[in-house]
Design a protein around this ligand. Structure first.
Ligand code: ADP
Length: 488
């Protein structure tokens, strides 16, 4: 009988489940459901956690049906991180809308946290004080939801990230758990001791009793009924960390970049927990086989969104993919530089008020030059993060593994290799997050180990850097000058 693993990827805009064939080392089926978001006020983002659960159950059942006679050995989970759900332990019903990671409603509170406390938080959790992370969102929900407070007093309230809520509901309330990577994004979790931190819980006024038990990323999380069979829920990680594992970044110095709407770079620092001096985040990469792997994480808020803007905002392109052909029609940008600061700039600048710009425009500038400049800006952003990571960690970046929608763009990937002066390695399976969840599940079930899992990645293409190092360094310097103009 064929053996399959299901990877459940509960993302921000959709929930997907994919059937992974262990023998063929590939996905054979995908089911996907879009999930809604609501924006009740400027800067607020909410979701209905029940909708996420029902859609997760639906795609899991679709996968079960698609696997036919095959055996489902287990289900691994990857999920959008930091998003907070509060629910009733007895009924499993959410008591308020989920506050999504993008939501900025707690910015004011976060800005009021004194410097001393920020340092404590940074030291213990690896995170800079920001509304992005879960702690202030849980506090807000407790303050603004009378039903939640009442349930908390009666010992019936549960608070957790999306993985934790899904695991609770899929196991019909039997498992109230999360994994170390998800916990490491809450701002309540000490990443050195791998425990909820009493001082931080007190500071945010969050009772320990409402939080889940934290297990390793390769732990057995519970069991669920899928049709008539009982299936093990095994292996769980936040989406970016799952992608790190799916890209077989299992050694110190390994690095992956996901080129989606934004850009996420994770740099494996092994057993070392590196404190960033450049505004990067220190996070748990994954915990597996009793070992903890740490990572440095840097993100740019806008990457593929620049291409979306050219397509939908300016009407310069009919599809995102067309950007490659248009940009290839010119040998360079003709001196034009683009800074994609649509919503400010992240590491290492952390300016949310500055805005994007084009520089160096002449009468000879064409649509192709502008499109090329937007594509190149994505590669420069990754270079800026890579420079920070090398500086912070003291490690040399030897190769970059890429995934995400815009990694399909050959011109961008070649330019990335040229600007970084290192090879860019693109895998055959671009769904790294789902692959990571499937491989963590395989490890949990004893069907693979870290070493074996890392060999399941198959390279599709290696982009080798141009020998013209100086030329690309000069282009990068030009970009940095444009950034200086954009900064306030
Ligand atoms: P997300 O998970 O953030 O929604 P995806 O990984 O699906 O993102 O990638 C979608 C993004 O990638 C979009 O912003 C889109 O404009 C961009 N994109 C997709 N294909 C290409 C391409 N061939 N060239 C450049 N950008 C692309």
């Amino acid at each position: 009988m064929r053996k399959y693993i299901i990877a459940l990827d509960a993302g921000t805009t959709s929930v997907r489940a994919m059937v992974f064939d262990l023998a063929a080392k590939q996905f054979i089926y995908t089911a996907q459901q879009e999930v809604g978001q609501t924006f009740p006020q400027s800067g607020w983002v909410e979701q209905d956690a029940s909708e996420i659960f029902f859609k997760a159950a639906y795609v899991l059942n679709s996968c079960r049906a698609a696997a036919g006679e095959g055996e489902i050995a287990g289900i691994g989970i990857a999920n959008q991180r930091e998003t907070v759900v509060l629910w009733d332990r007895e009924t499993g019903e959410p008591v308020a809308p989920a506050i999504v990671w993008q939501c900025r409603r707690t910015s004011e509170f976060c800005a009021s946290v004194p410097k001393g406390m920020r340092d404590v938080i940074r030291e213990k959790t690896g995170l800079p004080m920001d509304a992005y992370f879960s702690a202030s969102k849980i506090r807000w929900l407790l303050d603004h939801t009378p039903a939640a407070r009442e349930l908390a007093e009666r010992g019936r309230l549960c608070a957790g990230t999306v993985d934790s809520f899904l695991l609770f509901r899929l196991t019909e309330g039997k498992s109230f758990v999360t994994d170390h990577t998800n916990a490491s994004r809450t701002m309540l979790f000490n990443i050195h001791t791998l425990e909820w931190d009493g001082e931080l819980l007190d500071y945010f006024g969050i009772p320990r009793s409402i939080l889940p038990e934290v297990r390793s990323s390769d732990a057995r999380m519970g069991e669920m009924k899928l049709e008539s069979a009982i299936v093990s829920l095994a292996g769980c990680a936040g989406d970016q960390q799952a992608a790190l594992f799916g890209q077989s970044c299992t050694k110190q110095g390994d690095c992956k970049v996901t080129y989606g709407t934004g850009l996420f770079m994770l740099f494996h620092t092994g057993e070392r927990c590196v404190r960033s001096q450049s505004g990067l985040v220190t996070t748990v990469g994954y915990t597996l086989g009793g070992k903890t792997r740490y990572a440095l994480e840097g993100s740019a808020f806008n990457a593929g969104s620049g291409i979306q803007w050219l397509r939908d905002g300016l009407g310069f392109l009919s599809t995102s993919a067309e950007s490659e052909q248009v940009a290839s029609s010119v040998p360079d940008t003709g001196g034009v530089c683009f800074v994609p600061a649509f919503t400010g700039l992240g590491a290492p600048y952390w300016q949310s008020e500055c805005r994007g710009l084009f520089s160096g425009i002449t009468r000879g500038t064409t649509r192709a030059h502008l499109v090329r400049a937007v594509l190149e800006s994505i590669a420069y952003e990754a270079k800026e993060l890579a420079v920070c990571m090398e500086k912070d960690s003291g490690f040399h970046l030897a190769c970059l593994k890429c995934d995400g929608g815009a990694s399909a763009n050959d011109l961008l990937m070649q330019f990335q290799a040229d600007v970084l002066h290192i090879p860019v390695d693109r895998p055959k399976e671009r769904e790294s997050t789902a692959l990571g969840a499937a491989l963590l599940c395989a490890c949990s079930l004893g069907l693979a180990d870290e070493e074996a899992a890392s060999k399941l990645r198959i390279r599709e293409r290696l982009f080798t850097p141009s020998p013209e190092k100086e030329r690309f360094d000069a282009l990068y310097l030009g970009y940095l000058q444009a950034v200086r103009r954009a900064l306030l």
